[in-house]
Design a protein around this ligand. Structure first.
Ligand code: ADP
Ligand code: BMX
Ligand code: ZN
Length: 291
């Protein structure tokens, strides 16, 4: 069985073939189109998947947004250029002619990241710090997706009631401060207009303003981790996403978490499967599920 695994994020689309041993091949990526209308995303998926699908027997999608009954509903449409709804499974089925399933990207990554921990951990949380801030919860060894697909959307819990407005409609969400878009939005003066990747590079070179923006994100994330620990009593938190995986970021989160009372500390790990967690998690979650 070869699975065509697809990861749809706010910044990039990724796809690969996954075999029964979890080996990935034929990786491909494209930028996520920033368009309010669904046609651009459909066209990009067609370009991405056409070279791959003839060798697969099914597809499995990890996607940003709330995924229910195969349909994507954005909690923060600004992360997708204003796109609020997209018929994900129907679209990929019509491109490929294959059966398949879909779930939220951070939930998928949580499921992948749980596998190497399963011998010693029952309760864990995965957080992605990327275009947005996403989350996935494994409870007693099972992935919790929720009746409406919303479970684990920790990025939309409150970081600062006086903070910036979030695209989800709330004010001061963790995502509005800690995410790539949140970091870039806070850049001022000579840093205005820089994206998060550039700000991280400047921070590594010792730029104090850029470093403060990275710290602001890491501090908001550490407070979120303390909240998550209080809410779930998780045994560990795994960090992923391009910002979560950026050099030095986990160390800053660790330092900020140490400022919280000890009962809210938890083991912090970097994602074992790095940028492939969403692809692998979707493929493994599809096992035993009817497409
Ligand atoms: P997606 O949200 O599509 O899954 P990513 O996980 O790559 O994609 O997250 C995109 C965000 O990460 C953007 O804000 C981008 O500027 C930032 N980013 C990408 N690469 C790096 C890097 N090496 N270091 C820090 N930030 C990065
Ligand atoms: C947003 C939300 C989540 C997603 C998270 C990380 C949308 C479109 N997405 O909070 O469903 O898990 O971003 O997504 O509302 P990413 O694009 O950063 O990987
Ligand atoms: Zn929000």
């Amino acid at each position: 069985m070869i699975t065509l695994a697809i990861d749809i994020g706010g910044t990039k689309l990724a796809a690969a073939l996954v075999d029964v041993h979890g080996r990935l091949s034929c990786r491909a990526t494209l930028p996520t189109p920033a368009s309010r209308t669904p046609d651009a995303l459909e066209a990009a998926l067609r370009d991405l998947l056409t070279p791959l699908y003839p060798r697969a027997q099914r597809f499995a999608i990890a996607s940003t947004g709330i995924i229910q009954d195969g349909v994507l509903t954005a909690i923060n449409p600004e992360n997708l250029g204003g796109l609020a709804h997209f018929p994900l499974v129907a679209c990929v089925a019509s491109i490929t002619g294959l059966p398949g399933v879909a779930l939220n990207d951070a939930q998928a990554a949580a499921w992948a990241e749980y596998q190497p921990l399963a011998a010693r951990v029952r309760d864990m949380v995965f957080l992605t710090v990327s275009t947005g801030v996403g989350g996935g919860l494994v409870r007693d060894g099972r992935l919790v997706t929720g009746q409406g697909g919303l479970a684990g959307h920790f990025g939309h819990t409150l970081a600062d009631p006086l903070g910036p407005r979030c695209g989800c409609g709330r004010t001061g969400c963790v995502e509005a401060i800690a995410s790539g878009r949140g970091i870039a939005a806070a850049a001022e003066g000579e840093l205005a207009g820089c994206d998060a990747k550039t700000l991280f590079a400047l921070s590594e070179q010792g730029h104090a303003g850029a470093s403060a923006l990275v710290d602001r994100s890491a501090t908001a994330l550490a407070r979120l981790i303390a909240d998550v620990k209080a809410a779930t009593d998780c045994q560990c938190v795994v960090l992923g996403g391009s910002i979560g995986l950026a050099p030095g970021y986990l160390a800053r989160v660790r330092t900020a978490l140490l400022r919280e009372p000890a009962m809210y500390h938890t083991e912090l790990l970097t994602a074992h499967y790095q940028h492939d967690a969403g692809l692998l998690g979707a493929a493994w979650w599809a096992n035993g599920r009817k497409a």
